[in-house]
Design a protein around this ligand. Structure first.
Ligand code: AMP
Ligand code: MG
Length: 399
């Protein structure tokens, strides 16, 4: 069986995600909308700001009336949140940041360039050009402008923007319900004693936490023992999920029952990815529910989840741009192995250069805790110190 290129695998996953039925929309209060996916574009309903206002504490003037070294009487005081009278001819108005400009005024001078003379007048040290320190009406947006497009994830900045548009709630997609299952007789949950041959289940925590960060609703299906009948029963009891993600049990080993049981009730494609870590990967359907099977080795699970499952999930969630951000960085180590599999190396950024973190075996998770992200070494390539390679930061991949 030939190896499947990572880009081709991603394309298949994204196509399937796009073809899946879109998630229903729900309207939620802004306070509950963090990390939800916006379902409809958000438009400005009014000009922002709705009126010209001052960007400084100072004096609002008719610019043509100001002469250097000359004083004007102060005819009113305008605080933010208060509405002004029209500016009387030949006067200025005390004004504070954010306060509306009075009708007739066309500029503001900051107070540092003025002197209060104590007789109710203020002297200007210089002329004031028209529009100085004025935020014009509609500077940020005009009515009907699209401010936020559909398909973005709402973070603190987008939610603050929605608030400034006056929205108390937003229309978003409902959460994607994802079931997580770990497979293997060797797995034990933390807190239990370990017998010979057993290991603690780390993929369950990894996958559940990654999914929570994506704001999925996670269904914990625990550990499936390596037993066909038990696997059959546990999968049959699964209800109301949009996706099943498994780890382990999908290679070609004798004890890999999950694939067998999924095939009985659906279909399963088994891929050998041209990817390191993370060669075995499955994509299928169990009783109509899409299934993604990740390899069991902890770093293989991590890398295949982040590079393949994550963009699939985000696309199912309605996110328009599901790929994480990446950029190129110089590398401070050499790689001479020209592999047929694309490699993702756990690296830290030190002074902007990628440094390899420890032993890169796929069973080792520890060095990923010290890494800042994954460095992509393309198939059949080598790299020398100082070469630039693509870097995928965990801050973006785990976001
Ligand atoms: P498998 O794909 O089931 O053959 O598993 C490959 C390797 O990953 C084996 O060494 C397993 O013990 C290990 N493994 C599988 N599932 C997990 C898990 N949930 N947590 C930690 N290691 C696992
Ligand atoms: Mg196994």
């Amino acid at each position: 069986m030939s190896l499947l290129n990572v880009d081709a695998a991603l394309q298949i996953l994204l196509e399937q995600a796009r073809a899946a039925e879109g998630l229903e929309t729900v309207t939620v209060a802004l306070a509950d909308a963090e990390n939800r996916v916006l379902a409809e574009p958000l438009l400005a309903q009014f000009a922002m700001p709705p009126w010209a206002n001052s960007s400084m504490d100072g004096y609002a003037v008719r610019s043509s009336e100001v002469r250097a070294g000359h004083a004007l009487p102060v005819s009113q005081k305008i605080f933010a949140g208060h509405s002004p009278e029209p500016l009387a001819q030949g006067t200025c108005a005390r004004i504070f940041t954010g306060a509306p400009l009075p009708e007739g005024a066309d500029a503001v001078e900051m107070q540092e360039n003025t002197a209060e003379l104590g007789d109710g007048t203020v002297r200007f040290s210089q002329v004031v050009p028209k529009d100085k320190f004025v935020r014009p009406k509609g500077q940020e947006a005009m009515p009907g402008d699209e401010i936020l497009p559909a398909g973005i994830r709402l973070g603190p900045i987008e939610l603050a923007m929605a608030a400034s548009l006056g929205c108390a709630s937003v229309t978003v997609r409902r959460q994607l319900r994802v079931a997580v299952v770990s497979t293997g007789d060797e797995l034990v949950e933390p807190g239990q004693p370990l017998a010979l041959g057993q290991i603690y289940n780390s993929n369950r925590t990894l996958l559940m936490q990654c999914l929570k960060r994506l704001n999925c609703s996670v269904v914990d299906m625990g550990i499936l023992p390596d037993d066909a009948q038990l696997t059959r029963e546990r999968l049959a009891a699964m209800r109301d999920v949009d996706l099943l993600i498994s780890s382990g049990g999908v290679s070609v080993g004798e004890a890999d029952y999950l694939g067998q049981v999924i095939r009985e009730e659906g279909e399963l494609d088994f891929w050998k990815l041209a990817l390191k870590p993370g060669k075995p990967f499955t994509l299928g359907r169990y009783q109509g529910v899409p299934v993604i099977g990740l390899p069991g080795n902890p770093t293989s699970s991590l890398v295949t989840f982040l590079l393949l499952a994550r963009p699939y999930i985000l696309t199912r969630m309605g996110v328009a741009e599901p790929l994480a951000q990446s950029f190129t960085v110089p590398v401070n180590f050499a790689i001479t192995t020209a592999g047929v599999r694309r490699e993702f190396i756990r690296v830290a950024l030190v002074e902007g250069r990628a440094e390899k973190m420890g032993h890169q075996c796929s069973g080792i998770l520890r060095n990923a805790t010290q890494a800042h992200g994954l460095l992509e070494l393309p198939e059949h390539s080598t790299c020398a110190v100082g070469d630039s390679l693509r870097f995928w930061p965990f801050s973006s991949l785990l976001n």
